[in-house]
Ligand binder design. Structure first.
Ligand code: PLP
Length: 362
């Protein structure tokens, strides 16, 4: 095995899930968001652990993500957050998945397939209250309800919306989204639908907007131990690790890696790590990131390559080939640190963790 792996701490994951449960009222259910391979942590193992911890449902972005879970034997309710394309409807019905709906074309095809099975297909209506992305616009909702009610084999189980700015300091936009959503609920009941579930809150909403909890919440990033808005104790779940595969002494004035963007200023001890941007260790970390080694941190020097990265360990005592290096996820280097160095967010770093990085579950 190539010594670059992601340790996934299942206890930390469960502890973060319980943190969500502590924040929300005890009658509020949880859709654990496991899209993008559970933000890079491995959707099957993560989903099993979260169901064991008490998750009511799972949320994924795409049909193939849902099918992966079904094929692994997971039979919990799975919501397709990204909706359903007409050519996916048959599989959605067959595999007992819960689509989010915002298109009457998809609804029509779903209705046809549902009719064949003799069962009603449950769906969650997605409303766009300010994200400008998927969902039925608030001004189109009456027309949509008239259309969707004509399909006899569909049942509105839930209605939801998604926040655009819940993690931003200013609350006004989120409060506006919440207030725009309320009259939609009355319109829905007036149309004769009584959805069992109402949900709005992502991780930031859960932590900062109790009035948005409805009776179901949709945590993603906080389950993985990031995205804390300050008050709550979340534990990092992924620790990305590698091992030194070569050590070399370079004299002062020697360039390191493509383009010679780093040149040693002193006689230096440079370690090569078998990790690169193809593993999700972004090229923008070149000459910016630090890694954790032997209780200290060491800088990444030169450009990050596709498969390899160099660090300067001149200042670290007793370094040997084969020593463990933590790229993020311990108390010296957090995912938030690395995200800041890469000019991105923890979500991106986690979800691009490469296929060839082995996940080990501890
Ligand atoms: C990804 C996603 C979430 C989870 O968001 P976090 O910020 O990771 O908590 C919730 N709802 C929807 C619709 C999503 O697409």
């Amino acid at each position: 095995m190539r010594p670059t792996w992601a340790e996934i701490n299942i206890e930390a994951l469960k502890s973060n899930f319980l943190q969500v449960k502590r924040i929300v009222n005890r009658k509020v259910g949880v859709i654990s968001i496991v899209k993008a391979d559970a933000y890079g942590h491995g959707a099957i193992a993560v989903s099993r652990a979260l169901i064991e911890a008490g998750s009511d449902m799972l949320g994924v972005a795409t049909l193939s993500e849902a099918l992966e879970l079904r094929e692994s034997g997971i039979n919990a309710p799975i919501i397709l957050l990204g909706g359903v394309l007409p050519n996916e409807a048959e599989s959605v019905v067959k595999n007992d998945l819960t689509p989010s709906l915002f298109s009457l074309d998809s609804a029509e095809v779903l209705d046809k397939h549902a009719e064949k099975t003799g069962r009603k297909v449950k769906y969650h209506l997605k409303v766009d209250t300010g994200m400008g992305r998927l969902g039925v616009g608030v001004e189109e909702i009456c027309g949509f309800l008239a259309g969707i009610c004509s399909f006899k084999n569909l049942e509105m189980e839930g209605v939801f919306t998604h926040f655009a700015n819940a993690d931003k300091e200013a609350c006004d936009f989120t409060l506006k989204q919440i207030s725009v959503f309320k009259p939609v609920l009355s319109l829905i009941t007036q149309s004769g639908c009584y959805p069992k579930y109402v949900h709005l809150a992502n991780s930031a909403g859960i932590q900062r907007f109790p009035e948005s909890h409805g009776n179901l919440v949709r945590p993603g990033i906080m389950l993985y131990g990031s995205g804390s808005t300050g008050e709550y104790d979340l534990k990092p779940v992924m620790r990305l690790k590698t091992r030194i595969i070569q050590l070399k002494k370079l004299s002062a004035g020697t360039p390191v890696s493509y383009g010679g963007t780093f040149v040693t200023k002193r006689p230096s001890l440079i370690a090569t790590l078998p990790v690169g941007y193809a593993d999700g260790y972004m090229r923008s970390l070149s000459n910016r990131a630090r890694v954790s080694i032997n209780g200290l941190t060491a800088p990444v020097v030169g450009t990050v390559c596709m498969d390899l990265t160099m660090i300067d360990v001149t200042g670290v005592q007793g370094v040997n080939v084969g020593d463990d290096v933590v790229l993020f996820g311990d108390d010296k280097v957090s995912i938030e640190d690395v995200a800041r160095w890469a000019d991105t967010i923890s979500y991106e770093l986690l979800s691009i963790t490469g296929k060839r990085v082995t996940r080990t579950y501890v």
